[in-house]
Structure formats: structure tokens, C-alpha cells
Design a protein around this ligand. Structure first.
Ligand SMILES: Cc1cc2nc3c(=O)[nH]c(=O)nc-3n(C[C@H](O)[C@H](O)[C@H](O)COP(=O)(O)OP(=O)(O)OC[C@H]3O[C@@H](n4cnc5c(N)ncnc54)[C@H](O)[C@@H]3O)c2cc1C
Length: 411
């Protein structure tokens, strides 16, 4: 068993860390206060190749593996959650679903511009009445000649107002044998007639990011933009979560690391009762927990990254990695505030933002309660993985890296 990272992994870590430290960290507090980020950030991530990190070069990506994707997410969220969320929806939910389920024509039309960062993608499943119970969604897609007409409203969609395309799940059969069989997936051009989008204001966290709604009124979507077969939408949505949750898990490991680093620095500086608070054992206990939680979260996501590279199904392991890391990151942020005392309660220090950002990841991509149910299902033998018509392809370096990798040129 080899736990070391290869030269390409280290290169990704260094490049993304430098980008996040130099181009995000100095400005994130201002973006968070204004509840918007600079419009230059996403094009910059595209130029650096981060938005296409794990897609084959022939499909506009950087030809790197799933572990590289996880490492990039960790580095982004070690500075702020906002840009990791971009990776979760653009790469995780949308791009990787196209890689798994898309036809060659769909990959040419949609995946290449996403991987190059020329277009932005998102994943639109939730509605005001359907989050955990996603099979209850009410958005409809009715066939009309060679097109579908989509009507409904998606809610709580990350990048709703910023994305060009959405992987969107809609109901194509109102009376199926099982509710989940009545759903289909579409790649919807969000600039189409009948689409309106907007942002939700007043969120607890990820304030620099965009989370919003997508309203669809008689939106015409050609049959060629249906991803997978009609009726396959539930399976596609669940497999999109296997990709998205991985990025959430890796990012949350970065957030734990950030809490640890902030707490160590502050604990060495701040003195009470004549000594640095780092000398007090109760403060040490908090720091020790953050350090071990970081290691566990990292091992869990790297294992999932390895499984993905091998092309091994990982729904169970991804669920554990996501739930553990996001619970631990919320705990780490709360304890980091404790270490900072009153100063942790103001936005003068970063840990206040960490706590607000950490809470959301326990809700999206499956609430952590739903993850307990998923894991109990596997552990009790009530749930097993059924083979999919299209599995996520294993990482094959030769196939992925047919040409020189642009990420090296960009750094
Ligand atoms: C910041 C943010 C970004 C998001 N981004 C996206 C996105 O990009 N795309 C997208 O499609 N969605 C997105 N969402 C939506 C998110 O995925 C849903 O909010 C989430 O799945 C929970 O659904 P809900 O809000 O309807 O809660 P509900 O499903 O109503 O759940 C309410 C509570 O009941 C619990 N609960 C529900 N069912 C059970 C059960 N069977 N057993 C035990 N407990 C249960 C839940 O755990 C929760 O505590 C985002 C949400 C947030 C906050």
C-alpha cells in the first residue's frame, strides 16, 4: 500500500494552494460581506485548468486523476468554501455526469466547453418540496415533437444565476410503477427562452457564492439534450451525487486543516494566566481532535479517490467520507472559535466564516441524517449496489493524457 502522493498530485496541490492563497484569501472577507465574488475568479480558475482538472485532455480537461480533483478541492476550501462549491457542481455534479452518461455528441457539445472553463455547469435537482425526497420532484418534461417542454422551479441551486448549463432532473412519467422510475435527466441551456434565475440572499454561509433558483416556463429542450434514457433520471442523479459528495468530503478536510492552522497560530500567541493558551491541556485537546479528524477525513477521501481511479463503485465509502468530514469540519470550526475566545466571534478572524460555511455541507449533497440511513442500509445488508448501464470510467493515464497537459503550462 502506497500512501505517497505522486509528482502530479504535488504539482496540483502547489498550484491550487498558491492560487487560493494569492488570489482568493486577500479578498474573500470583502466578497463574503458583499455576498458576491469577483467576476474574474471563475475565468481565472478556467485558465489555470482547475475547472477541467480530471477530464481527459481530448475532452478539454487536464488529464489528471480523481485524487487530483480531491486535492484541488481540499486546497480551495482551506481558504474558503465558495470555490470548492464551484468544483462540486461544475465538475462533480455536471461535468462528471456528462463523462459517465453522455453520448459522444453530448460530450463534444457540453463537456468540452465545461472542462475548458468556457462555460459553467451546475446540478439542479432540489425543489421547494423535494430535497432529501428527490423522487418527489414536480418539475415536468413533456415530449413535444422532437423536443421536451420543461416546466417547474428548482430551488437552492448552487451557481443557478452563474451557470450556462444545468444537469436538471424532471418528471417525464406522472404515473410510473415506482416514483423514481418517472424521472429523466436533461442538460438545459440556462440561456434558453423561458428560463429565469435568481440568487437567494441572507444565507448563513457561503455568502460569496451564488445559491439560487431556476424557473422554467415552457422551456424547449431538444431530445438530444436528454442525458441517458428516458426514466433513467433517478439513477443519473444518484451517480452525480457519488461525484459531488467526493468533492464535498475533500473540501471539508481542507476546512478542518484551516481551523487547525488558525487555532495553532492563535494558541501560541494568546496568553492567559502567564502562558500561551497552547500550554493549557483543554486547548490542546481541541487542537489534537482537529489534527486527528483532519487525518481521518483525508484518508477517507483519498481512499475514495483511489477507488474512483480504479473504477470501483464507491457510494458507501463516499457517503462515509462526506458525512465524517463535514460533521468534523463543523466541530473543528466551532472549537476553533472556542480557542479564539471573543475574537473568534467576529469576522476580524477567519474562524467565524469557517463555522458559517461548514454548516451548509451537512445539508447539501444529502443531509448527514440521510447519509446515516445510506450507511445503515449497507451495513445491515438492506442495500447493495446494482450495476449501472453506464459506470464512471476508471482513470486511465494514457487515455486521459493523450496530449501535453495545459495545467503545467498555466503554472
Ligand atoms: C448552500 C446550499 C447549496 C445547495 N446546492 C444545491 C445544488 O447545487 N443542487 C441541488 O439540487 N440542491 C442543492 N441544495 C439543496 C440541498 O441538497 C437540499 O436542501 C437537501 O437535500 C435537503 O433537502 P431539504 O432542504 O428539502 O430538507 P428536507 O428533505 O425537508 O429535510 C428536513 C430535515 O428532515 C430530515 N429528514 C428528511 N427525511 C428524513 C428521513 N427519511 N429520515 C431522517 N431524517 C430525515 C433531514 O435530514 C433534515 O434534517 C443546496 C442547499 C444548500 C443549503
Amino acid at each position: 500500500m502506497d500512501f505517497s502522493l505522486g509528482p502530479e498530485h504535488q504539482m496540483v496541490q502547489k498550484m491550487v494552494r498558491e492560487f487560493a492563497q494569492k488570489e482568493v484569501a486577500p479578498f474573500i472577507q470583502e466578497w463574503d460581506r458583499k455576498q458576491q465574488m469577483s467576476p474574474e475568479v471563475l475565468p481565472r480558475m478556467g485558465k489555470l485548468g482547475i475547472l477541467g482538472i480530471c477530464f481527459p485532455i481530448s475532452l478539454g480537461g487536464q488529464g489528471l486523476d480523481f485524487i487530483s480533483l480531491g486535492l484541488a478541492c481540499e486546497e480551495l476550501e482551506a481558504v474558503d468554501t465558495t470555490l470548492r462549491v464551484v468544483m462540486s457542481v461544475h465538475v462533480g455534479l455536471c461535468g462528471l455526469s456528462l463523462l459517465q452518461w453522455g453520448t459522444e455528441a453530448q460530450q463534444q457539445e457540453f463537456l468540452i466547453p465545461l472542462a475548458r472553463g468556457e462555460k459553467i455547469g451546475c446540478g439542479a435537482f432540489s425543489e421547494s418540496g423535494a430535497g432529501s425526497d428527490v423522487a418527489n420532484l414536480q418539475t415536468t418534461a413533456k415530449q413535444d415533437g422532437t423536443d421536451y417542454l420543461l416546466n417547474g422551479e428548482k430551488m437552492w441551486i448552487s451557481l443557478a444565476s452563474k451557470a450556462d448549463f444545468a444537469l436538471l432532473t424532471a418528471r417525464t412519467d406522472s404515473n410510473p410503477k415506482r416514483r423514481s422510475q418517472g424521472l429523466s435527466s436533461f442538460i438545459v441551456d440556462l440561456h434558453s427562452a423561458g428560463v429565469t434565475t435568481g440568487d437567494i440572499k441572507g444565507k448563513l454561509g457561503v455568502r460569496a457564492g451564488s445559491t439560487g433558483w431556476i424557473s422554467l416556463q415552457d422551456v424547449r429542450v431538444p431530445k438530444e439534450s436528454r442525458l441517458g434514457e428516458q426514466g433513467e433520471g433517478f439513477k443519473i442523479t444518484m451517480s452525480a451525487f457519488d461525484s459531488g459528495r467526493y468533492t464535498v468530503a475533500a473540501g471539508a478536510a481542507g476546512l478542518i486543516r484551516a481551523c487547525l492552522e488558525a487555532s495553532v497560530a492563535y494558541a501560541k500567541e494568546r496568553k492567559t494566566f502567564g502562558q500561551p493558551i497552547a500550554e493549557h491541556q483543554l486547548v490542546q485537546a481541541k487542537i489534537a481532535r482537529m489534527a486527528s479528524d483532519y487525518e481521518i477525513a483525508k484518508l477517507l477521501y483519498l481512499k475514495v479517490g483511489w477507488m474512483k481511479n480504479q473504477g470501483v463503485r464507491n457510494t458507501y465509502e463516499t457517503s462515509m467520507a462526506k458525512q465524517f468530514a463535514t460533521d468534523a469540519s463543523f466541530n473543528a470550526a466551532s472549537e476553533a472559535i472556542a480557542v479564539h475566545g471573543s475574537y473568534g466571534y467576529s469576522d476580524e478572524f477567519v474562524v467565524e466564516r469557517y463555522l458559517r460555511n461548514a454548516r451548509g455541507a451537512m445539508i447539501y449533497e444529502g443531509t448527514n441524517e440521510i447519509h446515516s440511513l445510506i450507511q445503515a442500509g449497507y451495513a445491515l445488508g438492506n442495500r447493495t449496489d446494482k450495476a449501472l448501464r453506464r459506470e464512471m470510467p476508471a482513470y486511465e493515464p494514457q487515455r486521459w493524457q493523450a496530449e501535453a497537459a495545459g495545467i503545467r503550462e498555466a503554472t
